[in-house]
Write a protein that binds this ligand. Sequence first.
Ligand code: HEC
Ligand code: HEC
Length: 217
Amino acid sequence: MRLLAVTVSLGAALLVMTTANSYAAGGDAIFKKSCASCHYTDGPAKEKTIADQLAKKGPELFYAGSKFQKAWLAAWLQNPKPIRPMKYNSLTEKNKGDHPKSSAGDAAALTDFLMGLTSPEVKAGVIKPAESPQAKAIFNKKMPCTGCHEFSLKGELHGGKSGPSLVGVSKRLNPDWIYAYLANIKVFKPVRDMPDFSSALSPKEMENVAAYLATFE
Ligand code: HEC
Ligand code: HEC
């Protein structure tokens, strides 16, 4: 009797382990089935044409592991809220906020898969979140960043709507990716990009701006 009970619980434990493993291994399969119609995972994007880009309804994800924070990604996939106030690839249509939702299990597997997609252009562990008077002046006055990007000041929304919202960047984006993006934008966004600031700003200024955005609540 006791032996049987041990065998049964061992069997159950094995079953649980296999299920957990098949979830962890299945992120790429789930992605192919449910996500690949709207997102590229092959890069670098500079090899894509405008027609390729327009064929996909969502942003490219080939550097998702360098761009996003893991905890944010796992939570967002289960409860996706609009990031871009306007629909992707449109400046006139409002974002309907109808991104597909994933179950907790799928979101975990997809997060493992996406966090494995990193870019060699992003040097990890260099930029730490920090405010500086220089970065504040660049973002708010010297450069037109706030004309296109929403941000929150004392709980109130300010700024434009044509670019992605920068509200909550401290939890969403990796500061090293923000720097790499500002410094070398064509690698990440060959087609629909924002203005290239890499000649207007020095590397140190871009580092400070990346560190500053990484403090945004
Ligand atoms: C019908 C098209 C469509 C499908 C299917 C789709 N997405 Fe998206 N996805 C989008 C659009 C459009 C956005 C931009 C949303 C925004 O900015 O608010 C987006 C944004 C994202 C982002 C944030 C990207 C960024 O750079 O800000 C991630 C991560 C993501 N999707 C993952 C997934 C995963 C994983 C799946 C499969 C479960 C999936 N998507 C399925 C259209 C789609
Ligand atoms: C003319 C409009 C415009 C201006 C000015 C502008 N941006 Fe952008 N920005 C964009 C667009 C468009 C995107 C990318 C759109 C996309 O991925 O869908 C973007 C993307 C970004 C991203 C990545 C956000 C994400 O979640 O993918 C960051 C960070 C950023 N901009 C910071 C800045 C900073 C800092 C400045 C000023 C130095 C600036 N932007 C100026 C339009 C602009």
